[in-house]
Design a protein around this ligand. Structure first.
Ligand SMILES: [Fe+2]
Ligand SMILES: [Fe+2]
Length: 198
């Protein structure tokens, strides 16, 4: 697939369909994900496309998101019910993966996975998905992120990067008294119990 052309189409879509602040966030995630791909021997365009596409459905109505998510579910065979994504705000991830499939003809599995799992993470994520998850939480527009923490994270390989950002997200949710998704908590538990090397 011509990823440069796809990135241009996504750019146009961002400008037309998303609020200015969400479009700016998406571009910032895309830039950071592309840079992280470069430093980890992945094609930067994969991070760019995933970043540009990851929040495309966030402002859509729930029925449309459910429909698009079901397209991704059929393509990937990934269960969305099992990890409670269907009932949560994280639905916009799989929905955006469905949008890339159905409207942009993108069948690049790693890119679709990265988009689908960007909010909560998921089991057996590839490096691109780990990078995009982290870029979404660390992009420079996230004013609450400590610059030293960001800098330290960006020097880590995808596994360390992902678990550092996951741990910090969970700590923040706890400190704010906000609910923690089961999927994210299970990944965090596996890392801290030694099941996964953080
Ligand atoms: Fe998102
Ligand atoms: Fe985002």
């Amino acid at each position: 697939m011509d990823l440069a052309r796809l990135a241009l189409s996504l750019e146009t879509r961002l400008s037309r369909k998303l609020t200015a602040s969400r479009a700016a966030h998406s571009r910032s995630v895309a830039e950071l994900a592309a840079a992280l791909c470069s430093s980890n021997d992945l094609q930067p365009q994969r991070g760019l496309v995933a970043g540009l596409g990851h929040d495309l459905c966030k402002e859509m109505g729930r029925p449309t998101q459910e429909h698009l998510a079901s397209i991704y579910q059929s393509f990937s065979g990934r269960s969305l019910e099992g990890d409670a994504i269907l009932g949560s705000a994280a639905l916009h991830g799989p929905a955006a993966a469905g949008l890339l499939l159905s409207e942009f003809g993108c069948q690049e599995e790693d890119i679709l996975e990265a988009i689908a799992l960007h909010t909560l993470g998921g089991p057996e994520m590839g490096d691109l998905a780990k990078i995009v998850y982290a870029a979404d939480k660390l992009e420079p527009g996230r004013a609450h992120v400590d610059p030293l923490f960001r800098e330290a994270c960006l020097a880590m390989p995808p596994d360390g990067l992902f678990y550092a950002v996951l741990a910090s997200t969970i700590e923040w949710l706890r400190s704010e008294g906000l609910p923690i998704a089961e999927t994210s908590f299970a990944l965090y538990g596996a890392a801290t119990s030694g099941g996964i090397e953080a």
